[in-house]
Design a protein around this ligand. Structure first.
Ligand code: GDP
Ligand code: K
Ligand code: MG
Length: 292
C-alpha cells in the first residue's frame, strides 16, 4: 500500500498565529501560545499519524532581524525549516504590514509548494480579506491562499486537506506512535515558560530561560525541579515577587497544566538563578539547546 509522509513548515512573523495554527492542525497543545511576540524559541515538531500518511508539522519562531545571539539561533531554526520543508504554510496576520523582503524572496525561491494563510479573519471585514488575498496572489503567486481563523479553527480543515493533497509518497520518518520529537522534559519547561510569559511584563519573559534540573517519575507522582534563569538580580526579585507571591503563582498554574499534560500528580519545585547576559553567551545558548 502506498504511504505519504513529509515535513510541513509553519512560518511567518511573530504573533501571526503560527503556534495556534499548529495546535489546531495537530489537535493537541504542542506549542505555547501567548499574546507576546517571540514566545516560540525552538523548532517544535508535531506529528499527525494515520495508517496511510504521516504529517510532520514544524512550528518555528517568528521571522525577525536578529539583535542578539538568542535571536540568531532562533532564526537558524527558521532557515532550517524552510530548507527541509516538503510544504510551507506561510501564516500572515490580516492586519500586519509586510516589509521583510528577504522572507518573501526566500518563499519565492523555494521549490516546495507554498500556501499563504491569511489569518485572524475573525477580526476583519470581507472586503479587507479579499484585498489581502489579491495582494498575496500578486506578491507571491503561491500554490494556494486560504483565509482562516486559527483561533476559531475556521478553514483549518481546508488547510489540512491542502497539506494531504501535496504530501509526497514516502515511508514514515518517525515511529507511528510518536507525536513529537521533543521530550516530556521539554514540554514541562515550555509550560513554565508560558506562565512566565503570561504573568510578567516588559523584558522579563525575554530575559528568562527555564531548565528542568530533575524529572523523577514515581509510582503515584512525578517530582520535577526547575530553574528559572534570569540575567540580573533585579529580575530575580521580580520573578520571586513580594514574599514569593509571584513565583508561587507560576508554580501553581504550571503544576496544573503539567498534571493535565502528564496525566499524573506533579510535585513541582522552582528555583530562580541569575546568569548574567545568558542570551549573548554562546556556551549557555548551547547548553540550553539552541545549538543549531
Ligand atoms: P505566533 O507567535 O505566530 O506563534 O502566534 P501565536 O499562535 O502565539 O498567537 C499570537 C496571538 O494571536 C495569541 O494571542 C493568539 O490567541 C492570537 N491569535 C492567533 N490566531 C488568531 C485568530 O485566528 N484570530 C484571533 N482573533 N486571534 C488569533
Ligand atoms: K506569540
Ligand atoms: Mg509561536
Amino acid at each position: 500500500m502506498s504511504h505519504k509522509a513529509g515535513f510541513v513548515s509553519i512560518v511567518g512573523k511573530p504573533n501571526a498565529g503560527k503556534s495556534t495554527l499548529m495546535n489546531s492542525l495537530v489537535g493537541e497543545k504542542m506549542s505555547i501560545v501567548t499574546p507576546k511576540a517571540q514566545t516560540t524559541r525552538h523548532r517544535i515538531l508535531g506529528i499527525v499519524n494515520e495508517e496511510s500518511y504521516q504529517i510532520i508539522f514544524s512550528d518555528t519562531p517568528g521571522v525577525i532581524k536578529p539583535a542578539y545571539s538568542l535571536q540568531e539561533s532562533m532564526m537558524n531554526f527558521v532557515q532550517g525549516s524552510l530548507i527541509d520543508a516538503d510544504i510551507i504554510l506561510f501564516v500572515t496576520d490580516i492586519n500586519e504590514k509586510y516589509d521583510e523582503g528577504d522572507v518573501i524572496e526566500k518563499l519565492r525561491k523555494t521549490s516546495s509548494p507554498v500556501a499563504v494563510l491569511v489569518n485572524k479573519i475573525d477580526k476583519s471585514t470581507e472586503e479587507h480579506v479579499k484585498a489581502k488575498i489579491d495582494y498575496w496572489q500578486e506578491t507571491l503567486k503561491p500554490k494556494a491562499i486560504f483565509a482562516i481563523s486559527a483561533l476559531l479553527t475556521h478553514n483549518v480543515q481546508a488547510v489540512f486537506q491542502f497539506v494531504l493533497d501535496n504530501l509526497p509518497e514516502h515511508a514514515p520518518y518517525y515511529a507511528k506512535d510518536e507525536l513529537t520529537d521533543k521530550s516530556e522534559r521539554f514540554f514541562v519547561s515550555e509550560i513554565i515558560r508560558e506562565k512566565v510569559f503570561k504573568l510578567y511584563e516588559k523584558e522579563i519573559p525575554y530575559s528568562t530561560e527555564v531548565i528542568i534540573t530533575s524529572f523523577k517519575e514515581e509510582e503515584r507522582m512525578i517530582r520535577i525541579s526547575a530553574e528559572i534563569i534570569v540575567e540580573r538580580d533585579s529580575q530575580k526579585n521580580i520573578i520571586i515577587g513580594k514574599s514569593g507571591s509571584m513565583i508561587k503563582k507560576v508554580g501553581t498554574y504550571a503544576r496544573q497544566d503539567m498534571e493535565e499534560f502528564l496525566q499524573k500528580k506533579v510535585f513541582l519545585e522552582l528555583f530562580v538563578k541569575v546568569i548574567s547576559d545568558w542570551r549573548s553567551k554562546k556556551n549557555y545558548l548551547k547548553s540550553f539547546g539552541y545549538d543549531q
